[in-house]
Ligand binder design. Structure first.
Ligand code: 5GP
Ligand code: MN
Length: 333
């Protein structure tokens, strides 16, 4: 199935010659997949396209075609005709790629699937019913008359596979499977894509998970863990691992889950990255939005200032309250 694509979006893409494609900080597979997929699609229709990401490309996604050409914020020019913002709900998610002063006059086009999208572009195409931004680009390629080739398909299937945890999330509709089928028929290997994205982790992950999971907590249908900088350092990891989410989300006694990861900013400030998940019938999107973040009903997140224990003490009661309210509403229904 194709989704209604705003005429304005198609016009904006056709009119522009020099285009910047950008996705979000703390990028995931759909961020890389959609930004690179879009770059390939626009290149096929003769555009001069650059892909930029706020953070350095993480090695897990360096296999994607075009990943080596992604530029850093300091290499971003200021003479683009158009900036295409992919897989992000608000402009701040572009990090240092977007400079409000240098880029003030450049129109923004938003292509996204977050229900929390703020419609921050001049043109906004937001499909909250899509499981991945990469899924939307399958339709867009069709509308632009671009045939899905192996390069495009590899990028877009990676986005769909990672955002749906390999077709396991509650938003995996027949349309998602249809889009994936088109991509698979275009020459990309599904099993290989899963092996390169979801089914891989260095051995050092095991002691990290062991340490983190040993202190997992469960209260009133909410399960959570904390990941400290000390634990990450001891395991030799620079970052947390979103795969832990799948483990927490599978716990029978819990309806919602959270991973709280301690971060130290470049300025030395302590922040905590919160990653939320909800089982079907429950939602964590509103919670993240209230806390200044965003996401979807089944998966959302935010970053809060403060020490790990302070943030946990503040957020967990909110999660418990929210989950209780949703469980009551479910019972009454
Ligand atoms: P994850 O837990 O995998 O990092 O993120 C889950 C979902 O929440 C993703 O769709 C991601 O884009 C969104 N998300 C995570 N952190 C933030 C945040 O700080 N701000 C916003 N707006 N969205 C977030
Ligand atoms: Mn996404």
């Amino acid at each position: 199935m194709t989704y209604p694509i705003p005429d304005q979006l198609i016009r904006a893409l056709h009119t522009a010659a020099k285009i910047l494609c950008v996705s979000h900080v703390n990028a995931d597979g759909d961020a890389y997949g959609s930004v690179l997929g879009m770059t390939h699609i626009l290149t096929r229709i003769g555009k001069q396209v650059t892909a930029a990401m706020p953070d350095p490309v993480i090695p897990d996604f360096s296999f994607l075609p075009g990943a080596d050409a992604i530029i850093k914020p300091d290499a971003v020019a200021d003479d683009y005709d158009l900036i295409v913002c992919l897989d992000m709900s608000s402009a701040d998610r572009m990090g240092a790629v977007f400079d409000p002063v240098r880029h003030d006059a450049i129109p923004l086009v938003v292509i996204d699937h977050h229900i929390t999208n703020t419609n921050f572009g001049q043109v906004n195409w937001v499909e909250a019913g899509c499981a991945a931004t990469s899924q939307m680009l399958v339709s867009l390629a069709g509308a632009l008359g671009v045939e899905l080739d192996q390069q495009i398909a590899q990028c877009l299937l990676t986005g769909i596979v990672t955002d749906t945890l390999c077709f396991r999330t509650s938003n995996t509709t027949p349309e998602v499977l249809e889009a994936a089928m088109h991509l698979q028929r275009s020459g990309v290997n599904l099993a290989d894509t899963v092996r390169r994205t979801l089914n891989r982790a260095p051995f050092s992950t095991l002691p990290l998970w062991a340490a983190v999971l040993a202190d997992a907590r469960l209260q009133e249908g909410v399960v959570w863990v904390t990941v400290s900088q000390a634990q990450l350092r001891a395991a030799g990891h620079a970052d947390d691992d979103s795969r832990l989410n799948s483990i927490l989300a599978s716990i029978n006694e819990a309806d919602t889950s959270a991973i709280f990861t301690e971060k130290i900013t470049e300025q030395g400030e302590r922040t905590v990255e919160c990653s939320f998940r909800a089982k079907p019938g429950f939602a964590v999107g509103d919670l993240a939005l209230r806390l200044g973040g965003g996401g979807h009903a089944p998966a959302s997140g935010c970053t809060l200032a403060g020490a790990l224990d302070e943030v946990v003490a503040c957020v967990v009661p909110m999660m418990i309250e929210e989950r209780r309210r949703q469980a009551d509403a479910e019972q009454r229904a």
